[in-house]
Design a protein. Sequence first.
Lengths: 847, 611
Amino acid sequence: MLVLTFVFNYTTFLHGYLIHVVFQTVMLFEASMIHLALSDDKHRLYALCANGGLYCTPLPPQLSSSSVQVNKSPDSVLFTVPDDSIVLKNASLQAFTIAEKILVTLSLHKSVWSFDLYEEPGSRPLHKLACFQVVTLNTCCLNLTDKEKSVSSPPVLTCIYPEGPTSVSTDLHPHLEPHLFRLLFGVDASLVNSPVILCGLPDGRICCFTLLVPTLAGPTGEQRSPVRVLQSLEQPVVFIGTCVSGEHGPQCLVAVGQRGKLLIVRSKQASLEGKKADYSFNEHSVRGPVLCACVDDKRLYYSSLSDLHALQLTTTSSSEATETESQLQTLTSDSLGVCRVVALAGPYTNPTGSVQLLAVSLSGRLLRVNLPQGSEKGNVPRLPSSLAGQKVKDLLASIANIWERAESLKHKLQKKNDSLKHLNQVIHVYSLLLDNHGNEKACNMGTKHPISCCGVARWSSLLQRDSLTLTCVLENSSGCTLEHGWTLCIQVHPLSKGPNMEGSSRTYSFPFMKLDSGQKLDVTVPLESTGRLSLPVKVYCSLVFSLSALFSPEASSPGVSQLLTETGSISAPLSTLTVDWLDALRLDGSFSHGNIRHDTVTDGIQAFLRSRGVLTKDSDTTTKSAPITVMVRVSSELLKTKLHLSATSSGERCMSVLNWLVSPEARGQMSVQSPVVCVYSPDGCSVKLLVKEVTLGDFCSDGPLEVLEIRVESSSVAAVCGLHHAILRRLQVLLRDSAVKCGHTKQLKAQSLFEAVRHVEVDLIPISLSVYYTFTLISVDLHVTDSFAYITCNNIIFFFFYCQSLYKELQDAQNQAALGGTMKTNKNSEILFRIFLQLRANPLVIL
Amino acid sequence: MSVIPCLVDRWSEENNNIILTWKQNERGLEPNQHVRKRCWSESLKLLQKIRGIPAATERLELEMTVSYNTFLFSLNFCNASEIEESLTNSLSRALEACGSQVSCSDPVQLWEAVLQTLGSSVYVPCVHKLLLIQWMLWLMQCQSERVLTLLMQTNHKREHSAPVNLQTETRNLALSTEEDSSLKVAMAAKDLKDLLHICTVMCEGVEQMKMERYSEALEAFQEAQGLPSPRSLLGQIHTLTGQSFAKLGQPHCALHFYRKAVEVDGACLSALYQSALVFRQLGNPKAEIEALHLLYSAVQLQSDKSSSIASLVSPAVLFGGAQMTFISRVPSPSRILHTLAHTCVFNGSISDGVEYYLDLLASLQSDGKDLILTGDGTSFPRIPVVYLEAGFALLKAKRYCDALVVCEEVITSTLDFIPERLLLDADEKLKGADSDVVLENVDLVLWAGAAHLLQAQAHWKLKDTKEAITNFTRAINQLVKVFIKQKDWKQKHFGNTEAMIERMVTVEAAKGQALAGRGLCFLEGGQLKEALRDLNLSLQMTPGCKNTEMWLTEVLWRLDRREEASAHWREVHSTEDAPKKLPLYLQLWPDDTAFDLSDLKKKMEGYIQAK
């Protein structure tokens, strides 16, 4: 049985709601709905929308059939009401109702209210049966406040039937006992058993007309207006209904005004003296504003915005005057403790026996309000045991309800607290990280960072393929825990950008759930990109916190999380690592030989020239397999102090230096047992690294200088270049680290070295790797010669014997290449190689 | 720019397809309203497409034709003002296409401009199609003066010496209605023009009738009869002609035209109704009853079948609401049934009348109730009156028990309203509403009293004298509650309303009947003194009632007051029953004499001669 239809002023949804909550159907109308009603046979639903359209839509069969037992599908059905179903469109339509297969509409046009009667299951356009009009009153006499005017209440149309033995199909409309009905609406309506349409107008008048016999002859035989004004509430009418059921049906007609005026119409019995029977209008006041109301047998339920009240209406016959007076006192209302109700229906007895009201809250929620039962004090002790049990059950249920609500509130509060705590911790961690960063220089060598990240490059073999991976270890040695929401981000950024490797930096993020104090997190990232390893690589590690983690996804309003989607994270840099050729050396030869590539000088130059757009058809494949050698000389003293070498013999010193280069701290277990070590470069070329101590007698005026000569020998030019760069970089870092302790002069030299390396990195790495080495030195030369020409420092001296001439030679070669594209590459390569050899022959010495 | 002619072709084809669909539907057995709606929406879409690009002369013909079709389809779905707005838009675009400036939106001036600009061009047929639409719209809104202006503008070439008149203008109207076979239209311009012509003339006639200038109206209708028209319309024209004749005091001519109307269109209900009215006026109850009966059966038949409007433009649409109700006004079935029943009973065909009354009561009581409406401004009698009339008819048909039940209904329903005493002060001037309340109260008392009276008569007929006396007494008790302060209210008219006097006369008559009835009961029971008192009182109330007089004679005779009896006897024969306007349920009947008067007659005549 369909028991409820609700009107939403705010949304366009309709909830058809069944008492054995079986399913809901959601209907979507084009405009917001003002009013709706069912046809007499309950097969069609009429809805009046704000656009002035009256829609008629057949109800889904389940809804209309009265014998719905249990429907297995609880999901709601969404149904969009099409434009076609408009049966009547009139912007001035205000209200409507359906009774006796007649559709009664009320419209306001130019200060005339007109009631139009249409055939109900009619053709389209609807066949109009009749039209009656009522002139509006000037409403300013009602002293409506502006607020009340703005909330323009629509007129209320109610159809009331006389309660008769044969009235069956009219459970959609209220009834009234025949006696009062006859008194109020006349002999004719009562004789014909015709329903009466009552209309509460916004100007406070309650009009009525007999639906079936509207046009009757007046007393003088003329036609009189069918619409009669019953009474005026002098405030907008909110509700009209019947109440207080008696032997022959409800005994009262009740009307409620917006500002709380309550009109109760009762019949006065004819007294024995034959005095004319009459009815009485009793007016009472309740606290307004009244938004909506409904009635049951004894009570009127009405909602002011702040509360839902139940008003007990007495059943006493009002024949005695004294009793009428006492009624004023007996009108006491109980608060039901539900606020913000804007629509009411019911009450209905559900299968468990409790009585419920259905209500819609301002926010659009459908509520079931359990009515307190047996609230009359006198009845409480006389409750039968079964009812008492029921009552206890109800009470327990309501306690459970409240407990549930309280629990959910507590839960929400807890969540908010957690979020705040979490945020606080995040900010704490963040400030820790920022402190690290700011004082980086200060505590470089000193204490370890509370939260640090260090990485080691390793070779690993996967699917018969060797790849260089970087294993980063995030260590949390701070006092606090890194909670859910933190992400370790590792950005791998190759320093050399080949022509086909533009923007090849990659970022790996590792979100983790929790990192307690003292715990470590190991992550491994590949260093190769697109199958190619390009060294050196800079690795930036950072910790990122996503703010959305503060809010659990299911809770919290969607607004906050939406705000956070854009810029909802904070990031703190942890450390920057550089993985160079030294890191990538392989000490064992057990790698697959598939990816060995011998980069000869010629190849490299070819590649370079190709990248510069010079096409050479070089058929000369005279590859020189003679190893290329490069050496770096460093003052022994310097290294000794820097590396804290304790070894006294020169052989041990050499071995220590080699160890430092090849296997830094992380690889401590491997010790180099000889001053010469044969390793393999990442591309599989064998490289010989050797360190020996030489004495330079003629180098300095101070006397002979002990220097350690680090020599790299390989047939692969790439390996030689890479390793040279790596060694220089290591030395630079070493010197930089010690810059603070050393004196002014040392700082200067460090700066110079730093600059040299920086130029290599910044200006030259973009050039193809194979000619890197050549151009490194040339460029350094150029730079230095331009600015200083010849530098003599105390500790560091650069020799640039043939800088200028070499440069010129190179330029000539280049010009030739540019001018005559067909120039012999042989010559080209030879020139370049000569330059290289010349430079190599005069290595720099680092003191 | 080869796109544009291509577009014109495509759109023309689209238009023709829509029209083709419509024509097929029109020819079909069951014309479908949905098809019409679809045609409308499609042609509206097409029109919107055409209006999407600037107006140009090469597309003018197409655009105007599509507009014409759209307007015709939209008649059922839009109101006139919406169509008119769209029409104005079309005209402005036509002017734009010809490069003239559109200065105003006033339709009259716009039409002037359009007719001047396009009046002599090849587009005249199209312009005239739109002109027909404008004519139609103004006709629907009953703006005959604007129609006249419009038609005068169209006819501007002719010189007018005669006074301007819509009829002559319409007659002389020369519209070029050639059809372009490549562009189909939903309704041929010529057909529409003919329909508009006849409707305009009818409209004129109806307006004249409303102003009670019937001979002028007659002229208009006679012109309309000469025009080609559909059957139903011709029937209505005949009916209107008949009505004009009836108003001019020529009922037989009126009847002639009503008959013609029914011959032309069997479903012309207004003709039947009007002829019933004429028969009543002529005092021919038999014919009246027959006409009403025909009307009632026809109304019932009509309400069974749903009327579907097949044609594109129906006269009902053209006449607008008020005019149409005037032309084809017929009371509601319930009203017809009541009139029929009332006429039957009033004219003595009791058995038919009873059946009709029972039908009426059933239709009032049944679950599938009808809305009782009176379309023609008359009102339905009060329901208790209908009940009393039914009770009266049942009583006359000797169905006494049924009569008792029906009257009981009235008694219970009025019980609560009977005041203790209803004192009317004839001096007191009552204003509208108050006087209505008083009259209503008098009515209630009267109905209750009459119901008791009818019940008493039924009991009397059932030979239950005791019950009869009780009910007569109740009737008297009810009726004497109405009391007028001034004793001489019958002589002096205290500025009281006619209705009040009528009510009082009725109440007095009812009192008289009740007293006479009780007296008769007493007479039968042998309580001669009581009988004498009641009959005397009755005669005071309603002097000159023949039956009462004779019963009084009988009572006096039995009381051995022979002189008085003979005096009354003579009086009875010297006076005639004054005809009184009484409600049906208080009508006296010749057979009301319950006992044999011939005996009394013999006795009296013997006594008088013996004197």
